[in-house]
Structures are given as C-alpha cells and as structure tokens.
Design a binder for this molecule. Structure first.
Ligand code: DX5
Ligand code: ZN
Length: 223
C-alpha cells in the first residue's frame, strides 16, 4: 500500500483548517507535520499548539517529523498533541535507542530519519525497533527544494535489510517528491511519500494525488 502524506509546511498558514480539509478531500492518507526548532535546522515552523488545534478538525494519520535537537524532551508533548507517528533524526541526539524506547512506550508509531549527509549505516542497527525509516531526499529545513535521486540508494539499502530480516517496515521519502519522480522512489522500495509543494500548491490536488498514485502503481518495488 502506498501512503501519500502532504506536508503542511507548504500550506497557507493563515488558513490551516481549510488547507487540511482540501488535502483530505483530495485523498491524502497522512498529514505530514514538519516541526523545526531553529537549531537542528536553520528554520522555524510550528509546534504542539498548532498540531493539537488541527487534531480537533482532522481524522488523518498525523505523521510528525521532528527536526529538533534532543527530541526526547518533547515526546510526551507531541503524543498529547495528537501525533500518530513520531519520527526523529538519528543526528539529533546522542542516544537514539532511548528516544525509540520513549516513543514506543506510548501508543504511537516510531520513525527514524536520516539526512542526506549521513550514511544510511547509522540507521540500520535500529530497524528492528522502529516502524518507519525516513530517508530525506532534500537537506531538511525548507520546503520547495529539488529531489536528490542519489538518496534512493539508501532506500534500496534499507528495503534490502528489511526484506532479509523479514521486518515489517514502512519507508518514507521526504523532499521534492512529485508525480514525475514518485515512481523512482516506489521502485526503490519506498511506500510513504511526503509531498509538500506538489500537493498544497496544486490547483487540482485530487488530480495531483491520483497521478502520484498511478505513477507509484506503475513502478512497484520488485525486490
Ligand atoms: C523539509 C521537510 C519536508 C518538506 C517537503 O525539511 O521535512 O517535509 O516540507 O516539502 P516539498 O515536497 O515541497 O519538498
Ligand atoms: Zn518532513
């Protein structure tokens, strides 16, 4: 199953409720929520108040992508705000295993992300303990950047280990995805596709999401 996750970062921040409704009606599976602290990445976005406010208006799976230092400090807050999946960066803390334990102690799914400059080997030891690996296909911090196809090597590496070890693992790709390049990502083994600009800036988001799904179906992972 392919899950399409529009990134709220590309929405009209003056009209969040309407923006979420628009992508929900267009067929989104998840709502990808990029949290930035101005320290782990050189940008700010939004935090728990915005997520809990939207939670009251949406039944989508809330896919929270933490781009913050020392995420363990805030896991409880994001659970309370309504996160269904919490993903943090392997580069953002000294003890990823402790953060994974903190997330898994709650009723939420755990994801672990890797930035373009970080080797995928940093992720591999944690795969048995997480539900989702997030391979960044842009340098985190900003929406609207170009997809880095060379990151698909990491997707293939993770999918290979997951297959070998029979792990039930989602692989998410994030950054610069659209209907033109989604097929490369699904063929490499990704099944959760984040798209900010491509969906929120589209005049016909329903058509955009259905074109993305068809391109994904035409380019399945074959092992
Ligand atoms: C980048 C964020 C992405 C970004 C995706 O730091 O993690 O989720 O918003 O947006 P697009 O699809 O516009 O690259
Ligand atoms: Zn993201």
């Amino acid at each position: 199953m392919i899950y399409v996750a529009p990134s709220l970062l590309a929405a009209d921040f003056a009209n969040l409720e309407a923006s979420v409704k628009r992508v929900t009606d267009a067929g989104a599976n998840y709502l990808h929520l990029d949290v930035m602290d101005g320290a782990f990445v050189p940008n700010f976005s939004f935090g728990t108040p915005v997520i809990s406010a939207l939670r009251r208006h949406s039944k989508l799976i809330f896919d929270v992508h933490l781009m913050i230092n020392d995420p363990i400090r805030y896991i409880d807050d994001f659970v309370k705000a309504g996160a269904d999946i919490i993903t943090f960066h392997v580069e953002s803390c000294d003890d990823p295993a402790a953060v994974i334990r903190a997330i898994r102690a709650r009723e939420v799914r755990c994801g672990l992300a890797v930035s373009p400059a970080t080797p995928v080997e940093r992720l591999l030891p944690y795969l048995p303990d997480i539900q989702m690996a997030l391979i960044m296909t842009v340098v985190p911090g900003f929406g609207g950047q170009s997809f880095m196809p060379e990151m698909l090597e990491k997707v293939r590496a993770v999918r290979k280990v997951a297959d070998r070890d029979r792990l039930k693992l989602d692989i998410e790709v994030d950054g610069g995805l659209n209907a033109e390049n989604i097929g490369q990502a699904t063929a490499a083994g990704a099944n959760v596709i984040v798209a900010g600009s491509a969906i929120f800036k589209s005049k016909k988001p329903k058509l955009t999401i259905s074109s993305m799904r068809s391109a994904a179906v035409m380019n399945p992972y074959k092992g």
